[in-house]
Design a binder for this molecule. Structure first.
Ligand SMILES: [Zn+2]
Length: 438
């Protein structure tokens, strides 16, 4: 167990993306200065000098009468911390017991609905906590999780994740989305609408739902916007997680936000079918989303896994229209979505995995891809922006790398994570090679 670090801290000799080597001071949860490093050149023989290879050394030193922790980050790239804008902690780590032989979205939903009623709070808390800590070790200091709300499970999953959020509050910021399951529309939806409001009363931070699996996607979308407004909460919907171009609930979301002036923060997750629209449709809708302030979250790993099954020739890329959205000025974040569950048997809980896919699948540059999993991810979550600059929140990831491409490409596990100006996670890796020259 890592003891949480001091509240005043100097990160010494870290490399920034632009190549500068700097010392970064943190105090009171914010970065107070970024200056050219005062560190001595790296010792040629760290073992003789008493350092542990691969472990960023720490020491205490007096600074203006106050003791600050010094963390030696020679050999590390320092980045604004990533964030996870779209997780499902209630589903994580169930792949071994919830099979989805079809491998598609319908198969995943059917398998999950069969399993869900038996979930207990203890099991939900244990899996949710473990999955959140996996993400923390990778650098995630803010995480938004969708959590099922339905008659068969009641508020159990929401109560469990609210418990996890409070328990882990010193380590990372968790946002709980009350993810209302169908039906929510009309008289038959009354019970789930009441549960959604009860979930907010029980501590959920955000209103969520999935118009795609409601009988009337347009009515559901309009109703979710109204419910979020009534509850005074941001909205984050699963939208158009399908390659069928005839399905475009995203239009209804834009229209509802425009019509109501909803300004508490609207996010559309997935938006896969936007990616298969004609380019003029993409551009027109992207402009409306930008004007309405609706952010979009791309979830490449899960959507590449679930969609386009059975398409033998030139299967489409199941990802939203990232280029058109970005060009219009829409905030486009990227997330990991499911981890080891019937919706995705894999996943590393690592934003660098999503960033890699944004490069390969959406043709973003490494810099744009890292922005999608850090700055943009926090923006769609309504959190203050991160940067390596005085005055910015001290939310940081140091990773053993010398460049951003190297960091994303190699995704070294060797990382140090800072939240609220304190070291909250550290992973060290030591490699031994059987060569005389190592
Ligand atoms: Zn999701």
């Amino acid at each position: 167990v890592l003891e949480a670090g001091a509240t005043t801290m100097q990160l010494r000799g870290a490399t920034l993306v632009d190549g500068r080597v700097v010392d970064v001071m943190c105090a009171g949860g914010v970065i107070t200065s970024v200056a050219p490093t005062s560190a001595q050149p790296v010792c040629a023989d760290p073992i003789a000098a008493g350092a542990v290879p691969g472990d960023p050394g720490t020491s205490q030193h007096g600074d203006a009468g106050e003791t600050a922790e010094v963390v030696d980050l020679a050999g590390y790239l320092l980045l604004p911390a990533p964030a996870e804008p779209h997780a499902h902690l209630d589903k994580a780590r169930t792949a071994a017991v919830v099979a989805n032989p079809a491998g598609d979205l319908a198969g995943a939903i059917a398998a999950w609905l069969d399993h869900r009623p038996g979930l207990t709070v203890d099991d939900l808390v244990a899996r949710g906590r473990a999955s959140a800590l996996d993400a923390l070790a990778k650098g995630v200091t803010a995480l938004r999780t969708h959590v099922d709300v339905a008659a068969d499970i009641g508020l159990r999953a929401v109560e469990a994740m609210v418990q996890v959020r409070e328990e882990l509050r010193p380590l990372l910021d968790i946002q709980v989305v009350a993810f209302a399951m169908p039906p929510t529309v009309g008289p038959e939806g009354a019970e789930h609408r009441a549960l959604l409001r009860a979930a907010v009363d029980a501590g959920a931070d955000v209103v969520g739902g999935c118009p795609l699996i409601e009988d009337d996607g347009r009515a559901a979308t309009e109703q979710f916007v109204a419910l979020a407004g009534d509850c005074g909460r941001p909205l984050d919907l699963h939208v158009d997680e399908v390659l069928d171009p005839a399905r475009l609930d995203l239009v209804h979301l834009a229209t509802a936000v425009e019509a109501t002036g909803f300004d508490l923060g609207a996010t559309a997750s997935h938006c896969v079918s936007l990616g298969v629209q004609p380019v003029d449709v993409q551009r027109r809708l992207a402009a409306r989303l930008a004007a309405a302030g609706v952010g979009v979250v791309a979830l490449p790993l899960t959507n590449l896994y679930l969609q386009a099954r059975g398409v033998a020739v030139a299967p489409p890329r199941a990802i939203t229209a990232v280029a058109a959205l970005t060009a219009a000025g829409v905030t486009v974040a990227a997330g990991g979505d499911n981890v080891h569950d019937p919706f995705n048997p894999l996943g590393r809980s690592d934003p660098l995995e999503a960033a890699t896919l944004m490069v390969a699948v959406a043709h973003r540059s490494p810099c744009e891809a890292y922005d999608a999993v850090s700055v943009a991810a926090r923006r769609v979550m309504g959190l203050p922006p991160v940067a390596i600059a005085a005055g910015a929140p001290a939310e940081l990831l140091a990773i053993r790398a010398s460049s951003l491409s190297g960091a994303i490409g190699s995704a070294s596990e060797d990382r140090l994570v800072v939240h609220h100006g304190r070291v909250v996670a550290r992973t060290t890796v030591t490699t031994h090679l059987a060569t005389e020259h190592s």
